[in-house]
Design a protein around this ligand. Sequence first.
Ligand code: GUN
Length: 279
Amino acid sequence: MPIILDGKKLKEKILADLKTRVDARPEKPALAVILAGDDPASKIYVGSKEKTAQSLGINSVVLNYPADVAEKTLLDKINDLNNDENITAILVQLPLPKHINKNNIINAICPRKDVDGFTPENAGMLFSGQKPYAYPCTPRGILLLLDEYGIEPEGKHVVVAGRSNIVGKPAAQMFLNRNATVTICHSRTKNLAEITKTADILVSAVGAKIIKENMLKPGCVVVDAGIFKDENGKITGDVDFEAVSTTVSHITPVPGGVGPMTIATLMLNTVELFEGQIN
Ligand code: GUN
């Protein structure tokens, strides 16, 4: 059996440390989350972010908007939050309703409060090898989890399946910054299996159960950043967990792997932004 990369356990460890850091100061960080529309998965994520923040003593402000909210309403709110000295961190939950220009919204967030690291300034700092105010939560969480289990990316072939701004692209850049040899695959990649077979570490953020046992090199590390409900309502990821279990050396479960790490990293980013702001 492979070693399970237990994101839930590491999350608890990170949160315990953060609680001490938050408790140590009289002022508290505040995380503002903008949720527009009624995507059921987004509602669950935001609820979980709110609950976790509150458990650490982080003030959580969730701003709900209907699916037909005007772009200007969101831009005005972001401007208010940017100027509100009581607000440490701003997160706009994605996806946004179709009529909203996502780039306009992200670009409006003050980089110093951009807890996702999605603004052009923070993304640019990451891609030019400088330190952003925050690293995107899911890729940072993945690296923290690998570090916890002593899996060193340097010199390894890391294959990232998926090229989103949320996971694939920043993950690839963060592995490159750790001296890995990185290949990015995506929906138009012609020979996905041939490439994934050469991965020492495979990070998948593409689509349900796309990664099968015959696509992997024996002994590789698999990080599954997918999350889907299958036809029976069961939560699954990108990887056929049962089928690959005899091939891989380490694997993240779904649920309990990358998901909890994303939440833990969001809290870590919030506390770091706070400590940066008050120092
Ligand atoms: N939607 C799915 N993942 C994320 C994330 O990490 N941040 C934001 N803002 N939205 C998301």
